[in-house]
Design a protein around this ligand. Structure first.
Ligand SMILES: NC(=O)c1ccc[n+]([C@@H]2O[C@H](COP(=O)([O-])OP(=O)(O)OC[C@H]3O[C@@H](n4cnc5c(N)ncnc54)[C@H](OP(=O)(O)O)[C@@H]3O)[C@@H](O)[C@H]2O)c1
Length: 239
């Protein structure tokens, strides 16, 4: 299958850093007109300035009015990738209602609002790629909200794929990926996490940004794939 996004518009919400920026960068290399969406509009513009044929726009995925404004400004886009997440990893007995809501807004409600406002102007060849995560399939104390929201993403894509057809809607479920998101951890803690994962999963390593970018660009161009969750986690569900 030819991997080209020549002349197609790809909106990446959460595109100013880490996996989102890497996907935006590959999309631009494949010929796309890239729109980087971030809740910090300046960060979006700065990130876009580093790419060919890209622009930045302010989008807060937890704010429907900002999604609607972006859809009105951009008009039709061919593809949407949404990487946003708002983690709330605490025991169930310590849950904060508003943080639970925000976690659902970032992963589930926000993508639904993206579909609501953008799908009417997307072409039949368009697609949406959402981000789930391995936590959905690995229940663990303190990870309930991460697991439930990621699980909801996987269900959401099958429902959206049916209703928005022929627009394709899919999800990527990453395992532990050295995407930059873990860089804020103390070095020794991060090394222990990565070593523990590498030692326990079939792939015997953590994931790379390239692993996810490859999957995302494949999904954007895989015209006979819809409603699926692609697990890019080195076999972690069986570990
Ligand atoms: N990396 C992993 O190990 C891993 C594992 C499993 C699943 N995943 C999933 O894969 C996705 C991408 O991972 P990542 O490592 O790139 O995560 P990340 O570093 O947390 O990046 C998330 C992106 O979403 C943006 N974002 C957060 N809230 C937003 C909002 N309200 N509106 C718009 N953008 C918002 C962030 O921008 P700000 O700068 O504004 O915060 C950031 O650009 C996430 O959904 C994550 O849950 C990752």
């Amino acid at each position: 299958m030819a991997q080209t996004l020549d002349g197609q518009t790809v909106l990446v919400v959460g595109g100013a850093k880490n996996l989102g920026l890497a996907i935006a960068t590959r999309a631009a290399e494949l010929g796309a007109h890239v729109v980087i969406g971030a809740r910090d509009g300046d960060a979006a513009v700065t990130a876009a300035a580093g790419l060919e044929n890209a622009r930045g726009i302010s989008i807060d995925i937890t704010d429907e009015s900002s999604i609607a404004a972006a859809a009105a400004e951009l008009g039709g886009v061919d593809h949407i990738v949404a990487t946003a997440a708002a983690h709330h990893n605490v025991p169930v007995t310590a849950l904060d209602h508003d943080k639970v809501v925000t976690a659902f807004e970032a992963k589930v409600i926000g993508p639904l609002m993206l579909a609501k406002h953008f799908a009417p102007a997307m072409p039949a060849t368009g697609s949406i790629v959402l981000f789930s995560g391995v936590a959905a399939w690995k229940p663990a104390p303190g990870k309930a909200i991460m697991g439930i929201t990621n699980g909801a993403v996987s269900f959401a894509v099958s429902h959206l794929a049916k209703e928005l057809a022929p627009i394709r809607v899919n999800a990527i479920s990453p395992g532990i990926i050295d995407s930059g998101t873990w860089d804020g951890m103390p070095e020794s803690d991060r090394a222990a996490l990565f070593d523990g994962v590498a030692g326990s999963i079939p792939a015997r390593r953590v994931g790379t940004t390239a692993d996810i970018v490859d999957a995302a660009t494949w999904l954007l161009t895989a015209g006979f794939v819809s409603g699926e969750t692609i697990h890019v986690e080195g076999g972690a569900r069986s570990a």
